[in-house]
Design a protein around this ligand. Structure first.
Ligand code: FAD
Length: 470
């Protein structure tokens, strides 16, 4: 019989248990991706749409190499899947699990429908090393703090080995005319203005590009990772985040690569890197147990927090990288130009928005959601809440990053700043962190939009009003 494989955040052929199982069963396979902008699932931001276009193109090429092809359709995803099952007379539908509330509801709806219609529906663990319901405290509760969470994960049985890509697939034969949309009709790419030039030169979406990054990282960059990962001017981190977001590489493949690259002297680096993968697992654990992570402060006392409301102008300056604080502005421009921002700078820019500008973290989360190629439904809100102080296991609210001190500490020679702020290239290494001290040499660069000391006091006062309500 025919099997439908419904792909979502798992755009890969290797270590894809649903696809692997379909191939193992033999028979014909219909590999489907649905572009769903009609259900309750959070619609993708602009940068992620750009990524998805190329990722799907690449996936189709990968599938064709093994005799398959990708069927593209648009609509309410579950309805589209049911329709394809009916059309192809499929007897089974397989997918890899996802963890958002609306996503889970859709999937369990399809499971019920399948049962009622005599279709075999099966789901697989593919996108997280540890299922969110498998890791629990001694009291049988979910975790709220990272360190014990990750310790509990590491005490679980070792994650499984990756499964290989199927060696061949038999693509389903469908009667009639064109049964797949043309990708171009989805209009995922920007046209005018075309803001994606910087993204194109930075990234290669798709499984082969993901594996090049993976290999390059483990071969060349893992040594020195713990130190280098704090320096935004260095390319020390893996840059796997968008590939992980779209499932072009799986955490099992990363785990396995880390285990097998255990050469002498890099155990610490592997542990540090492993803990970052652990943070991703933790964010998804949080989202699974708190489906409204992107819309509600985890710590409810923040519901009463006095965010500033009349901030449209400050928010615009922040988005455009024109706050007058070089480390904030360099980060925001890196984000706009390349669709990615260094982790340290994400923390600095988020702290600046939520504390110095006193803007609700949700506004920043939404801008990141729209501009990051790795915009992730769990990692993005969890990290925003972590920085804002409203999250589970959050940094304490009074930890307000000073963007000047951070800049001097992590980019002392100003290499990162100069890369993204051409207006500042005339300043020396001392003045570049405080351009207002030598503004003659940076005539095109804005004055600071807030005073750091004053805005810090204002933030602390606003926090003092809510802190005892928790
Ligand atoms: P590496 O250092 O090579 O880490 C490897 C992988 O570990 C990453 O690809 C990522 O999957 C995971 N990881 C690392 N740090 C974190 C973290 N703090 N939380 C969760 N997972 C982590 N990451 C996203 O993937 N998507 C987002 O939308 C996102 N939004 C963020 C928003 C803010 C305000 C902050 C402070 C952080 C955010 N992060 C997000 C986390 C982190 O900044 C990125 O994962 C990281 O910079 C990606 O670069 P890399 O792949 O080179 O990281």
């Amino acid at each position: 019989g025919t099997t439908v494989v419904w792909l979502r955040d798992d755009l890969r052929v290797a270590d894809n248990p649903a696809l692997y199982e379909a191939a193992r069963r033999g028979g014909q396979t219909a590999v489907l991706f649905v572009f769903d902008e009609s259900s309750d699932i959070r619609p993708l931001g602009g940068a992620a749409r750009w990524w998805m276009h190329y990722s799907l193109q690449s996936l189709d090429a990968q599938l064709r190499e093994i005799g398959g092809r990708l069927i593209l359709r648009r609509g309410v995803a579950v309805d589209v899947v049911k329709q394809l099952i009916v059309e192809t007379g499929a007897k089974a539908v397989l997918w890899n699990r996802r963890y958002g509330l609306h996503e889970r509801n859709a999937d369990s709806g399809l499971k019920d429908w399948s049962r009622d219609n005599g279709i075999d529906a099966q789901s697989f663990q593919a996108n997280l090393l540890f299922e969110p319901w498998q890791v629990q405290t001694g009291q049988g509760e979910n975790y709220k703090v990272f360190t014990p969470f990750w310790r509990a994960c590491l005490a679980q049985p070792e994650p499984r080995e990756p499964v290989p890509a199927p060696s061949s697939l038999k693509a389903v034969k469908m009667a009639g005319t064109e049964k797949s949309d043309h990708l171009d009709t989805w209009a995922l790419l920007p046209t005018s203005p075309d803001w994606a030039g910087g993204l194109r030169s930075e990234w290669t979406p798709g499984e082969p590009g993901a594996h090049r990054r993976l290999t390059e990282f483990f071969d060349e960059r893992l040594i020195g990772y713990s130190e280098g990962r704090e320096r935004p001017s260095q390319e020390s981190t893996s840059r796997l985040s968008p590939h992980l977001r779209f499932g072009e590489v799986s955490p099992f493949q990363i785990w396995h690569a880390a285990r097998t690259s255990r050469t002498v002297g890099i155990d610490d680096e592997i542990q540090t890197f492993g803990a970052e993968i652990g943070w991703r697992e933790f964010c998804w654990h949080l989202l699974y147990h708190n489906p409204r992570l992107a819309t509600e402060s985890y710590r409810r006392e923040f519901d009463a927090f006095a965010w500033e409301h009349d901030t449209a102008e400050e928010v615009r300056a922040w988005c455009r990288g024109r706050t007058g604080y070089p480390m904030v502005d360099a980060g925001m421009r890196q984000l706009w130009e390349t669709g990615w921002m260094h982790n340290r700078v994400r923390m600095i820019t988020a702290s600046f928005l939520t504390k110095n500008l006193l803007v609700d973290w949700r506004a920043g989360e939404q801008w990141f959601w729209d501009t990051l190629v790795d915009a992730d439904a769990a990692n993005n809100p969890a990290n925003w809440q972590w920085v804002a102080g409203s999250g589970a296991d959050a940094a304490p609210y009074f930890r307000i990053f000073n963007p000047v001190t951070q800049s001097i500490k992590f980019d002392s020679a100003g290499r990162y700043l100069r890369r993204f702020l051409p207006e500042l290239t005339g300043l020396d290494d001392a003045a570049i962190h405080r351009p207002w001290t030598d503004s003659k040499r940076a005539p095109d660069y804005p004055e600071p939009i807030v005073d750091l000391a004053e805005s810090r006091q204002r933030a602390l006062a606003a926090y003092a009003k809510v802190k005892n309500r928790g």
